[in-house]
Design a protein around this ligand. Structure first.
Ligand SMILES: [Zn+2]
Length: 220
């Protein structure tokens, strides 16, 4: 998840130790160890500034970074141009089921983008609750009041009939709940795991929707 790679400073000349190189393309968000196109160093007051342009291996666009170098320590974070901007998530299928989910999920993504991991985890859990409940109401035609009054755990058990849907949602629910507790029970199950299962769950719901709404079907 880190936005940087630790690389040898010797790539910039006779320098020992390491520096931090951006590992995410600011144009397309692809994780990359982008080949350096041009590089240079500037020295000032015994410090160096390592500067380079890199070409993304995914989108082919060029970005620039500059990183202060001090005896090969990696205390300094590089600046990058263009700056990495948050790209909102969109999904036309899931939006049909729950526009509110898309909004909440983007809030969680933004928290993660700003490295507010605990807030993001709680946000993903809330987004899951919104999606499960809107899926029950809008897709399965369940009674709105009944669905709203259910706790997330009960809603998952009642409305997500398929075993794999239920299991995936439960992982996000349990790990997300853990982040809301003062004392965490599953610290070993980290944020990446929660996110991974969230991704699987979104795909599963998307598949369900597409199966239930085929664009064409055989004529009798
Ligand atoms: Zn790129």
């Amino acid at each position: 998840m880190s936005n940087y790679l630790i690389k040898r400073a010797s790539a910039f000349g006779n320098l020992s130790g390491n520096y931090k190189k951006p590992s995410v393309c600011p144009h397309c968000g692809f994780g990359t160890d982008a080949p350096v196109a041009k590089k240079d160093t500037y020295s000032f007051n015994g410090h160096y500034l390592l500067i380079a342009t890199c070409t993304c291996t995914s989108c082919g666009k060029t970005f620039f970074f500059a990183c202060e170098y001090d005896s090969g320590k990696t205390d300094y974070e590089p600046i990058i141009y263009p700056s990495i901007a948050f790209k909102p998530y969109s999904n036309d299928v899931l939006r049909k089921i729950s526009p509110r989910f898309i909004d909440m999920y983007n809030q969680a993504l933004q928290s993660e983008f700003h490295k507010n991991i605990e807030l993001a985890a709680v946000g993903y859990r809330s987004a899951l609750e919104i999606l499960v409940k809107d899926y029950a109401i809008n897709e399965l035609g369940q009674n709105q009041e009944e669905v709203s009054s259910k706790k997330l755990c009960a809603a998952i058990g009642t409305y997500l009939k398929q075993e794999d849907l239920m299991k995936t949602a439960d992982v996000v629910r349990i790990l997300g709940n853990d982040y809301t507790h003062y004392e965490r029970k599953y610290p070993q199950h980290d944020f990446e795991l929660l996110k991974g299962y969230m991704d699987i769950f979104l795909k599963q719901i998307e598949v369900q929707y597409m199966v239930n709404h085929p664009p064409v079907s055989r004529t009798p």
